[in-house]
Design a protein around this ligand. Structure first.
Ligand SMILES: [Zn+2]
Ligand SMILES: [Zn+2]
Length: 271
């Protein structure tokens, strides 16, 4: 009720540029770079032909990784708005696209891919969704956890339980200037288990860069009893070699049914 009222007074703006209509205006939608096949089946990085792994693959703790968008342009802006400016509605716009790429990992009865995805297979349904948590200090600064907001939209759309399974025990500061191995060293021991994880966990974060943070989370979940961990992020940063494999095409954001006028665009996201 309050939210509906606020949206009349302060209508939502394009998650990318903040000017056009929500969730993404035409200009931003057409410049969102979608990650699509052919790709590395393990991590979803674009490739000249389908492959089972690649140089951009995250650390081995991550069974598979997917992200709807390259971390550039409107997707990068949207994540910035979500993380640093508290535009919580952005989680719905991005989470819807994340759920669309992770569709095969939803419950078998809704994904319709049961026959193609045996229980032990790489696209079998996950048991629960969790997220890469902020430290208590960062959470107090920001007021909300952006990865949790994304995880809740993904869980709601895929009809999966969302559970807090991790606690961040140390504040490692910005990873942006650290190399891959340095990031991994900095992240080791940064998380603790917050309960018994189910066998197959879907870990949600905003951006996949080297995967060091996600791997530290996955290691903690595996040590606590999970048998497999998959990763779903809103966007993916790519090195120039993988970035060069992206081919322009019709915007997947439109094909996902997320164009203006769709359920997401109207803001009627099922909770
Ligand atoms: Zn825009
Ligand atoms: Zn890969």
């Amino acid at each position: 009720m309050l939210r509906a009222l606020l949206e009349v007074v302060f209508p939502r703006r394009c998650a990318g540029c903040g000017e056009g209509p929500w969730p993404f205006c035409d200009a931003c939608r057409s410049s969102l770079l979608a990650l699509e096949r052919p790709w590395c089946e393990r991590c979803g990085a674009p490739a000249p032909a389908p492959r089972t792994r690649c140089r951009a693959c995250p650390p081995p703790e991550i069974e598979r990784a997917r992200a709807p968008f390259l971390f550039e342009g409107p997707a990068r802006n949207a994540i910035h708005h979500l993380k640093f400016e508290g535009w919580r509605g952005v989680a719905e716009a991005l989470g819807a696209s994340m759920a669309a790429v992770a569709g095969p990992w939803g419950p078998a009865e809704t994904s319709g891919t049961q026959a193609a995805s045996p229980a032990a297979g790489p696209d079998s349904p996950v048991d629960a969704v969790t997220w890469v948590p902020l430290s208590a200090r960062r959470l107090a600064e920001r007021g909300f956890d952006q990865a949790r907001a994304l995880a809740e939209v993904v869980g709601s759309r895929l009809h999966l339980p969302v559970a807090r399974l991790l606690v961040r025990t140390t504040d490692t500061g910005s990873q942006a200037r650290r190399s891959g191995p340095m990031r991994r060293a900095a992240m080791a021991g940064a998380f603790e288990s917050a309960g018994q994880p189910p066998p197959l966990v879907l870990l949600v974060d905003d951006v996949l860069t080297t995967g060091a943070t996600a791997a530290a989370c996955a290691r903690t979940l595996l040590d606590a009893g999970a048998s497999r961990v998959r990763l779903l992020t809103a966007a993916r940063a790519l090195a120039p070699a993988e970035r060069a494999q992206l081919r322009p095409g019709p915007g997947r954001y439109t094909r996902m049914g997320l164009a203006p006028g769709s359920v997401v665009a109207r803001g009627n996201v099922p909770r």
